[in-house]
Ligand binder design. Structure first.
Ligand code: ZN
Length: 398
């Protein structure tokens, strides 16, 4: 028993000593009696930072059970008896940095309730979403030389091509090279390429890729049904063929089904005919189950090139990308999905989720996060619609 207590004591000490080091965003669930001021103090941030992080509207109030994303600690509220040395130890920030950032001339003179700014942390590098063109690796090429040749960051090349061993490039291997940003594409193809709707509206759209399966898609449909939220499902043809009942149910419950290819390849690596087959086979599967030919498509991984864009436009498709990536395929954790999503949500937003995945992949956190996310966004005044309604375009051809 005594051993057990000391074991827990050690765990507690470890947790306490790490808790001051936590610099990542956190989730706060509002309870009754909470105010922005109290929350800001509790986490060592400013009210304005919470408002900005969550895109809260001016003067909006917070309500119990609402989720707030708390940004990294940016300030420290001085407590009675604190000295700079203690503070720097407590929050693990270099004392000289504290003095410099706060332009403190006399380190002995700090007072309770004074707000000390903390030095800024390095931010994760944001990689711009783009269309791609392909480049075949030649002898003598390195990631560095390719990055120079196309003016692209090496990190971006690594991510786009899922490169595990940057030093082992294979001659003849095809690399995806960034081409146009999503914004550029929506300017080039104003009636056929979309990654968000009207940012001044209060409408947003949930989208779910890669279903239908019989495990997670039905659970997601249950949640949406319960909360009366319509959504758009980008389904794979081969999974519609396998689980037609789930596709039929999706349409019957007021959702929109859209095309996400037959087998989820990188379309940019296929020739025109193969791209065409991927799309048409999916339409045939849709026609055999849930009904009319969809007018909406999302290429697997969002990967597209101008060439494929032209082909899809000629086939009368509207390409639907996203403005908010929940990264639920990567982070199967309710809080992390909230942290990934909420700060990027604004009016006209298209939010990317998945309703199915690989054989061993779980999407339970996606199912579990939905009620909380829906509630939080509804109390912020958002209305959920299908993508076609968000963009005022037809969902189906014919
Ligand atoms: Zn997908």
């Amino acid at each position: 028993m005594k051993n057990k207590i000391s074991f827990y004591a050690i765990i507690l000490i470890i947790i306490l000593s790490f808790s001051s080091l936590i610099l990542a965003d956190q989730v706060h669930r509002v309870s009754s009696g909470d105010s922005l001021y109290l929350i800001a103090r509790e986490y060592g941030v400013t009210i304005e930072e919470i408002i900005n992080k969550n895109n809260l509207k001016n003067g909006s109030s917070i309500v119990p059970r609402q989720v707030l994303i708390i940004p990294e600690k940016s300030v420290y509220y001085v407590q009675a008896g604190d000295t700079l040395a203690q503070i720097s130890e407590k929050i693990d920030v270099n004392m000289d940095d504290l003095i410099e950032v706060n332009k403190i001339t006399n380190p002995g003179l700090i007072y309770p309730d004074q707000i000390l700014k903390l030095p800024e942390q390095k931010k994760e590098q944001y990689i711009m979403k783009t269309s791609v063109k392909t480049y075949r690796i030649k002898s003598g090429d390195t990631l560095y030389s390719i990055s120079q040749k196309f003016g692209v960051a090496i990190n971006n090349l690594i991510t786009l091509n899922n490169i595990q061993e940057p030093k082992n490039l294979t001659i003849g291997q095809k690399l995806n090279i960034p081409e146009y940003t999503f914004s550029e594409l929506s300017t080039m193809y104003p009636t056929n390429f979309f990654h968000h709707g009207d940012t001044t509206s209060n409408k947003i759209a949930l989208t779910f890729d890669d279903g239908p399966d019989t495990k997670y898609t039905p659970q997601i449909l249950d949640v949406l049904n319960k909360h009366e939220v319509p959504a758009t499902f980008f389904y794979l043809g081969k999974r519609i063929q396998k689980n037609p009942q789930v596709a039929i149910r999706t349409v019957q419950e007021g959702h929109v089904i859209a095309n996400h290819s037959w087998s989820h390849p990188e379309l940019t690596r296929l020739n025109d005919l193969k791209v065409y087959d991927e799309i048409k086979e999916t339409e045939i599967a849709i026609a055999k189950s849930s009904g009319p030919q969809t007018g909406l498509i999302r290429p697997p991984y969002g990967l597209i090139s101008q060439k494929i864009m032209e082909q899809l436009k000629n086939l009368n498709y509207r390409v639907i990308q996203w403005s908010v990536d929940s990264r639920d395929w990567q982070d199967q954790d309710v809080d992390q999905i909230l942290i990934n999503s909420i700060p990027d949500i604004q009016g006209g937003g298209i939010i990317l989720f998945h309703s199915a995945g690989g054989k061993k992949q779980s999407f339970q956190a996606t199912v579990d996060v939905l009620p909380e996310l829906i509630y939080t966004l509804e109390v912020q005044g958002y209305e959920f619609v299908t993508v076609d309604e968000l963009l005022d375009i037809p969902a189906y051809n014919n």
